[in-house]
Design a protein around this ligand. Sequence first.
Ligand SMILES: [Zn+2]
Length: 334
Amino acid sequence: MKKTDKDETVDQIKTRVVGIDIRLDKTTFGIVDVRGEIIAQDYFATSDYADVNDYVAVLAEKLLTLMEENGGYEYIRSVGISAPSASSVSGCIENAANLPWKGVIPLAAMLRDRVGMAVALANDAHITALGEKAYGSAHGMKDFVVVSMSHGGLGSCFYSNGLPHLGAQGFGGEVGHTCVRIGGRQCGCGNRGCLETYCTEKGLGRTIEKLMANNDKPTLLSEKKEWDIKTVAQCCDKGDEVAIEALRITGDILGVGLANYASVLNPEAIILTGDLTMAGKWLLKPMRKAFNEHVFPNIKDSTRILVSILKEGERDVLGASALAWDVKEYSLFK
Ligand SMILES: [Zn+2]
């Protein structure tokens, strides 16, 4: 047979994967092609399913529907999942504090059995960094740090010489639980003074409470019981002194934390992601000032600090899709 008979002599490859981002509030999943285009995306509430077996059944059903409505199952190569407290080594979610399911859950195997294709799983902080490397601000970089500041957590991961640093047990890179205040605030991890207790939306709330308790300055923030980052930034724009001071303190501590991290690692860039970055200059100016004052002077001018160019709702789906390409192709229905 001639080599030119393309249909019979040339093997076909699958050009699409699925990326899934599991968080406490919602699960987002999308079909992504080799160029990093999200072809279709959908989501549902994670916390509606107290039993993980029900959750996986619904997830598989919704995934298969999305595949059939967007080109078909036969073009999908594999699946990648981002989840908190997930181990890429075991394929399990292990004792997640921020998910409805307790204990050790073999999520990769459970989903593989339902969708009939290879499924890879990794920790959300590592997936965020992978997303930045594959499709975002860290593209082309070998040594970089990604710090994700969300409502309650400060996740981080660093790449060294092109590879993610996982550490002996897979917990490497946790700058959120490094100490920035001796005897400081109580952290969910059990220690005191962790960076995470200051540089998250929740931490910012604790700073605002303390500021309001310790002075009588009038503030727009006193009209609210909880403060999301957008509200605080808007108050800063209106000249609210307490809001500005709260973000100055947060930025100052963040700058010290990042300076310590950078002094150990000498990265090309630190990439900031997550809700807290929405504070813009009110956070970033004091952060940069403190960073410059505390970082090892030899690397001060060469360390770039960037805010991610990827959309919040898409980064971890893209990161999980990048992970999906890493897993060996497997199909029940070949
Ligand atoms: Zn901690």
